[in-house]
Write a protein that binds this ligand. Structure first.
Ligand code: SF4
Ligand code: MG
Length: 313
């Protein structure tokens, strides 16, 4: 049981030229071992900040990040990296001057797991096989591979230290749709075989529906709804979740017309008062403009919306 627990990220400040913006605030969730929590939301909602906090690429300016009951900084300083990250752009995240052997072996060397060349070659061969690449690919360079193959190399590198937990930030969004499905299926197979836990960041609801067990919807740095996948797609509660789903009608196969997402994401430097979604929300009332909604548990989900907790939605 992975408890990324309260008080998890209380507040994170992202530095901008002369201003600071609170990128993520009070995001708490629990991910069961071996499961996938997907975080969705429009760009700028703070999903990537959460991902980067989890793997230690950002430090919280206050509050803490807990992983398995331990402070995350201690987990990350430990002998093996139990958390690893897979990035959106496999090309940018692979050093073009390094062979695949060097790329995949690097975390093993860096973590002091293995240094002997023959043993490293063998381990890299096994890792490449586990992601559907050939041992002979170890001698090649990133530019010799397709986008999907490069993402397989990133996955092999992430798996090198046998992590428990993978943070995947839009891992397939740079890939063609057919290749996307292959990489997602590979990730699901690896999850089953290795008991991996995933935090999966995506703006793509079709991808989320394919991979997630639980879905967290983020808006302006806050989690607004957290629900099992079937519940979220079958009965979205938060008006923002509804707006996202209405923009992709084939997800619900209801034959309804697509309703484009309405309005713009507000400037995070000047977040709206009360519920930050109120300028875009068709159900907003006076209380919504004044008071930030608290988490409300209902029918096995959590949602932060006055209209839901008041029973008018
Ligand atoms: Fe809309 Fe009010 Fe719910 Fe916010 S709290 S989502 S403004 S109904
Ligand atoms: Mg992002």
């Amino acid at each position: 049981h992975f408890d990324v627990s309260p008080p998890w990220v209380e507040r994170v400040l992202q530095r901008r030229p002369r201003q600071t913006v609170q990128a993520v605030d009070g995001v708490n969730f629990v991910i069961e071992r071996g499961q996938t929590l997907a975080l969705v939301g429009e760009s700028g909602c703070g999903k990537s900040t959460v991902a980067r906090l989890l793997v230690g690429l950002h430090r919280p300016s206050s509050g803490s990040v807990q992983f398995g009951g331990e402070d995350l900084s201690r987990v990350l300083a430990g002998p093996q990296r139990r958390l690893q990250m897979i990035f959106q752009d496999p090309y940018a995240s692979l050093n073009p001057r390094w062979s695949v052997q060097s790329i995949v072996a690097e975390p093993l060397i860096e973590q002091g797991v293995e240094r002997r060349p023959a043993a490293l070659r063998e381990r890299v061969g096994v890792l490449l096989a586990s992601v559907g690449l050939a041992a002979a690919d170890a001698g090649k360079f990133p530019h010799q591979f397709s986008g999907g193959q490069r993402q397989r190399i990133s996955i092999a590198r992430a798996l090198a230290t046998s992590p428990d937990f993978l943070v995947c930030d839009e891992p397939t969004s740079a890939l063609d749709v057919s290749v996307q499905a292959q990489v997602l299926n590979l990730m699901k197979d690896l999850q089953r075989e290795r008991g991996l836990t995933y935090l999966f960041i995506s703006h793509n609801l079709a991808v989320v529906r394919h991979v997630a067990d639980q879905v967290g919807v983020m808006y302006l740095g806050r989690l607004v709804e957290l629900a099992p996948k079937r519940t979220l797609f079958g009965r979205p509660r938060h008006p923002y979740t509804r707006m996202l789903l209405d923009a992709v009608p084939d997800l619900q196969m209801s034959g309804r017309p697509r309703i484009p997402v309405q309005g713009e994401v507000p400037n995070p430097l000047q977040p709206p008062s009360g519920c930050s979604f109120h300028p875009r929300c068709p159900h907003a009332d006076e209380r919504c403009r004044r008071e930030r909604p608290a988490w409300h548990a209902i029918d096995g989900i959590r949602v932060a919306c006055h209209a839901v907790s008041e029973g008018r939605l």
